[in-house]
Design a protein around this ligand. Structure first.
Ligand code: PPS
Ligand code: ADP
Length: 200
């Protein structure tokens, strides 16, 4: 605890907010290479949850790297800071009672472990979107792999920067063998018991 920062105790707790919402809150974290399918699958999962009346919010590159983290690059120490800040934001969102989805490359194992400690283990569901770099490069949704091969982008994950795959993710999706719809449905089925369980 930092000196002279004394927390105020508020009367409304996360449990009160969850009771009002009628469901628990937690963080669904998607990790994988650029173009692996994180945003596509997270988007369908969020739609399915929304249709069930679940309160959600999705954090991704569009609302984070263009906003609060626009000062950060793709150098390793900046990626670490990127993920740390996102984890702190996600922590606030989970505290606010939202099922929070986050889709970031998050290539370093130690950074993903740090998320787990920030939001607490019980609130963290790790989804590994496992797509080979060959397939991501074939899709090349944003033309980044082409630029990386041409040397126009440095530190491109999978090409010139590492991706440390999760060893024991909660859910693993191999997009070369599973459709977007099937993957999203499997994720929703996995988290459904967590929405209403009281074993926090
Ligand atoms: N060098 C390099 N490596 C990887 N990705 C790159 C790079 N430069 C730009 N981009 C684009 O930025 C998106 C990844 O940002 P993240 O914040 O998810 O990255 S990280 O978690 O900090 O590693 C990633 O978005 P997604 O394609 O949605 O994953 C890319 O579009
Ligand atoms: N089974 C699948 N799951 C997810 N995406 C898939 C799948 N098959 C093909 N794709 C395509 O791969 C691309 C993934 O892009 P995107 O979701 O932006 O990836 P990321 O967010 O990981 O960078 C999309 O064009 C999507 O339509």
């Amino acid at each position: 605890m930092k000196k002279n920062i004394i927390p105020h105790s508020y009367q409304i707790s996360v449990t009160d907010r969850q009771d009002l919402n009628g469901h628990n809150s937690f963080l669904l974290w998607f990790t994988g290479l650029s173009g692996s399918g994180k945003s596509t699958i997270a988007n369908v999962v969020e739609q399915k949850l929304h249709q069930k009346g679940i309160k959600t919010y999705t954090l991704d590159g569009d609302n984070i790297r263009k906003g609060i983290n626009k000062d950060l690059t793709f150098a390793p120490e900046d990626r670490t800071e990127n993920i740390r800040r996102i984890a702190e934001i996600a922590h606030l969102m989970v505290d606010a009672g939202l099922v929070t989805l986050a889709a970031f490359v998050s290539p370093y194992k130690k950074d993903r472990e740090n998320i787990r400690s920030i939001v607490k283990d019980v609130n963290f569901v790790e989804v590994y979107i496992n797509t080979s770099v060959e397939e991501c490069e074939r899709r090349d949704v944003k033309g980044l792999y082409k630029k990386a091969r041409a040397g126009e982008i440095k530190n491109m994950t999978g090409i010139s920067a590492p991706y440390e795959a999760p060893e024991t993710p909660d859910i693993e999706i191999k997009t070369e063998h599973e459709s977007v719809e099937a993957a999203a449905q499997r994720i929703v089925e996995y988290i459904t018991p967590k929405l209403s369980s009281n074993d926090e």
